[in-house]
Design a protein around this ligand. Structure first.
Ligand SMILES: Nc1ncnc2c1ncn2[C@@H]1O[C@H](COP(=O)(O)OP(=O)(O)OP(=O)(O)O)[C@@H](O)[C@H]1O
Length: 302
């Protein structure tokens, strides 16, 4: 099922926090929405699944307009928001069973589906425990399981791994890959570039409510930065600027020092940087953080 959004705008008062977003999500694709805090990811997301009414524009999922035919559209969508919003009065199993009722799945089919999801999520042993005994990572797994109760074709994940430890994040990533293998499309917001790079087939880079660029992660990095960058500290800005300008490459301030793009074939630039007497010099693969810095002048993780 294809999702298409056309010319989405959202105003809060006079302020346009989302400005003319167009996007499409193809079946089986993972689309990442990447941007710093306040870029408008959650608002865009809300408009896509019907929780936020756009000031202008529309969202179509298959044959349904998300805002005019919300009930039909929601049958196709599973949503994991930033808050856990599990019901603390119920057990792990009950949280799934009662959620299934929203989709008119009741009785034995609801029980069967709940046990199936618990098994897939590795939560069977917690079935009869209250949700508050679960760790943050297990709660996130349960929230994802709950969003899948009605076999949605499109799954929305809003910053799904914020606050999780590295192991729990890896585990969550594995589950997203499994969803994709099972033919689901996934829309993901994140401000973690490793997450975006690893999971997304295509990325939309959002800044101040505007999509500033889009593409496959590797394609964006190669097109906008190149293969590698150098990082250096303890040198004068004028010296870096003149060297980069002579070489015709991109450079920026980064933290205490500078980042300079290193074209694949240009060993002369690297040698010149080595000769600069910096207090620290290293080279590494270019990444999405560099892309964001180049496009927006803004660091992604704040
Ligand atoms: N209900 C609201 N009323 C007024 N302003 C809002 C509302 N919701 C969001 N905003 C503002 O819209 C802007 C975009 O917020 P949004 O939550 O969509 O960004 P985000 O990219 O998801 O950020 P984060 O990564 O921090 O979640 C922010 O400046 C926010 O303060």
């Amino acid at each position: 099922m294809e999702l298409v959004a056309q010319d989405l705008w959202k105003y809060y008062g006079e302020r346009a926090v989302v400005q003319g977003v167009n996007l499409s999500l193809q079946p089986g694709q993972v689309l990442g929405l990447l941007g710093p805090n306040g870029a408008g990811k959650t608002t865009t997301f809300g408009m896509l699944y019907g929780a936020v009414i756009p000031s202008r524009g529309f969202v179509q999922i298959g044959a349904y307009n998300v805002h005019r035919q919300g009930r039909q559209a929601r049958q196709i969508l599973g949503v994991v928001t930033q808050e856990d919003n599990l019901d603390p009065d119920f057990t792990v199993l009950e949280n799934l069973v009662f959620f299934a009722h929203h989709y008119r799945i009741t009785g034995r089919p609801a029980q069967r589906r709940a046990w199936e999801l618990l098994e897939q999520a590795g939560l069977t042993e917690y079935a009869h425990q209250r949700v508050e005994v679960l760790s943050g990572g297990l709660k996130r797994r349960l929230v994802l399981a709950r969003a899948l109760v009605h076999h949605p074709k499109i799954v929305f994940l809003d910053e799904p791994t914020t606050g999780l430890d590295p192991d729990a994040r890896q585990e969550f990533w594995r589950r997203i890959s499994l969803l994709k293998q099972a033919g689901c499309s996934v829309l993901l917001t994140t401000h973690y570039m490793d997450e975006a790079q690893r999971l997304s087939d295509r990325l939309l880079l959002l800044q101040k409510g505007v999509i500033v660029d889009q593409g496959a992660p590797a394609e964006l990095i190669q097109r906008i930065i190149g293969a590698e960058v150098a990082e250096l500290e303890g040198v004068e800005i004028d010296a870096v600027q003149s060297l980069a300008e002579q070489a015709g490459v991109w450079w920026r301030r980064l933290g205490q020092g500078f980042v300079v793009s290193l074209p694949a074939q240009d060993s002369a630039l690297w040698q010149a940087l080595q000769a600069m007497n910096s207090t620290r010099l290293s080279r590494r693969q270019a990444n999405l953080e560099d892309v964001f810095l180049r496009l927006t002048g803004q660091e992604l993780v704040d």
